[in-house]
Design a protein around this ligand. Structure first.
Ligand code: PEP
Ligand code: MN
Length: 368
C-alpha cells in the first residue's frame, strides 16, 4: 500500500483517531477495527504495541508480533494505523509492515536523546508523526521535541495534548492545562493540535466533556481510546469506551467554527471586545496606582529597616482577596493566583528599591 494514499491527515479538521490502548490479540484488533470502521466517523485507527510502563511487571504490549494484525487493519479497512514508537528499532519493525503513522508518547517526549534518535530514524521516511506533550507541564520540552522532528524534514506533524502531571490531586488522571497547548499554537500557528481526552480523564465518564472542551478552544481533532470490551482490557480499562459509545459521543459533540460570517454576531463581538478593552485599560491604570503605593511603602520600610516580606500581611492578602472574590461570585482560586502574582511583583519592586537606594548610598559615600 502506498503510504501517501492515506486520507490527508493534516488538512482535515475534527480528525478522529480511535482504537484500543493496546493491541491484545489479532481477534481484538480486527473486531475493534471493524466496529470502528462501520461508524464511518473515524479517520484513523490506533493501538499501542510497545507500552511504556512506569514499573516493570505490567502489560508491556505484545511488541512486533502485533504488527501484521495492524497491517491487516490498514489493508482491510483502508484506515491508516497509528502506533507509539519510542526507539529506532520500533520504527524499523513498523516500516517492514507498511506502518508509517507514529506517535511519540508523553514519557518519550520528555527525553531529548530518545526524540533525537527517533527523528534520525525517520529522516527521509514519508510518514506522519504525532507528538504528545511531555508528562510535566514544560512547554519548551514539547517545543524541542517538535523541532527535532521538523528538523528531520518530516512534513506531516501534529501535536497531541494528553494532559499533564500536576502535584495536586484532582479529578483528572492528567490535568488538562489548556494554556500550554494554546501557547504552543501561538508559537506554531500552522501545527495541528489534537486532544487525547482518554489519557486526560482516566475515566470514561469524563471523556465527552474534555473532548468538547478541546473542540471549544479550536483543537483540530481527537484521539480516543476505544475497546470492544473495556472491562477486560489489558491496559487503561477505566478510560476506554466501546465503539458504540464512541459513536454516541461523536454525535453529541458540537463542532465549532473559527469565525462567523453573520454580520450582527460580528458586530456584537466587536462591541463586547471594545468593552473588555476599556476594562483592561482601567485594570492596568489601577495596577499602576497600586504599584505607586508599593513604592511608597518600600521607601518607608527602608527608612525604618523593616523587611519587604511580611508574613502576616501576605496571609491576610491571600485570605481576604479570595473571600472578596467569593462574595462577588468570582472564582476564589483565580483571584488567589492573580494576587500571588501581584504580590510577587510588589516584593520584587520593594527589593529593587532597597538595592537601588543602597547603590545610591555607596555612590555618595565614595564621592565624599
Ligand atoms: C497511549 O496513548 O496509550 C499512551 C501510553 O499515552 P501517553 O504517552 O499519553 O501516556
Ligand atoms: Mn492508554
Amino acid at each position: 500500500m502506498d503510504r501517501n494514499t492515506h486520507s490527508p491527515f493534516f488538512t482535515e479538521t475534527n480528525y478522529v483517531i480511535a482504537g484500543p490502548c493496546s493491541a491484545e490479540s489479532r481477534e481484538q484488533v480486527l473486531r475493534t477495527a471493524q466496529q470502528i470502521a462501520d461508524l464511518k466517523k473515524v479517520q484513523a485507527y490506533r493501538a499501542g504495541v510497545w507500552k511504556p510502563r512506569t514499573r516493570p511487571g505490567g502489560f508491556e504490549g505484545l511488541g512486533a508480533k502485533a504488527l501484521p494484525w495492524l497491517q491487516e487493519v490498514q489493508e482491510t479497512f483502508r484506515m491508516p494505523v497509528a502506533i507509539e514508537v519510542a526507539q529506532p528499532e520500533h520504527i524499523e519493525a513498523a516500516l517492514q509492515h507498511d506502518l508509517a503513522f507514529f506517535w511519540i508518547g508523553a514519557r518519550t517526549t520528555a527525553n531529548p536523546f530518545s526524540v533525537q534518535e527517533i527523528a534520525e530514524a525517520l529522516r527521509g521516511v514519508p510518514c506522519k508523526v504525532l507528538i504528545k506533550n511531555p508528562i510535566h507541564p514544560d512547554l519548551q520540552l514539547w517545543v524541542g521535541a517538535i523541532e527535532r522532528i521538523l528538523n528531520s524534514n518530516i512534513k506531516q506533524v501534529a501535536a497531541i495534548h494528553r494532559g499533564f502531571y500536576t502535584s495536586t490531586q484532582n479529578t483528572f488522571r492528567n490535568t488538562p492545562l489548556w494554556q500550554i497547548p494554546i501557547e504552543l499554537k501561538v508559537l506554531f500557528p500552522e501545527l495541528p493540535i489534537l486532544c487525547d481526552p482518554s489519557h486526560i480523564s482516566g475515566r470514561k465518564d469524563l471523556v465527552f466533556d474534555i473532548a468538547q472542551n478541546a473542540l471549544d478552544i479550536g483543537m483540530n481533532g481527537l484521539m480516543i481510546e476505544t475497546h470492544t470490551n473495556p472491562s477486560e482490557a489489558l491496559s487503561d480499562k477505566a478510560q476506554q469506551i466501546t465503539p458504540f459509545e464512541l459513536y454516541e459521543l461523536l454525535n453529541r459533540l458540537q463542532l465549532k467554527e473559527k469565525a462567523s460570517n453573520n454580520p450582527s454576531f460580528n458586530e456584537l463581538l466587536a462591541f463586547v471586545r471594545k468593552n473588555i478593552d476599556n476594562i483592561d485599560t482601567e485594570l492596568i491604570s489601577l495596577l499602576k496606582e497600586r504599584m505607586a503605593w508599593v513604592e511608597r511603602i518600600a521607601q518607608k520600610k527602608q527608612e525604618n529597616h523593616i523587611t519587604a516580606f511580611q508574613l502576616e500581611r501576605w496571609k491576610e492578602i491571600v485570605e481576604t482577596r479570595s473571600q472578596w472574590a467569593g462574595e462577588q461570585s468570582l472564582n476564589p482560586d483565580f483571584i488567589e493566583t492573580l494576587f500571588r502574582l501581584i504580590h510577587e511583583e510588589a516584593i520584587r519592586v520593594q527589593i529593587n528599591h532597597t538595592a537601588h537606594t543602597d547603590a545610591e548610598k555607596n555612590q555618595s559615600i565614595k564621592k565624599s
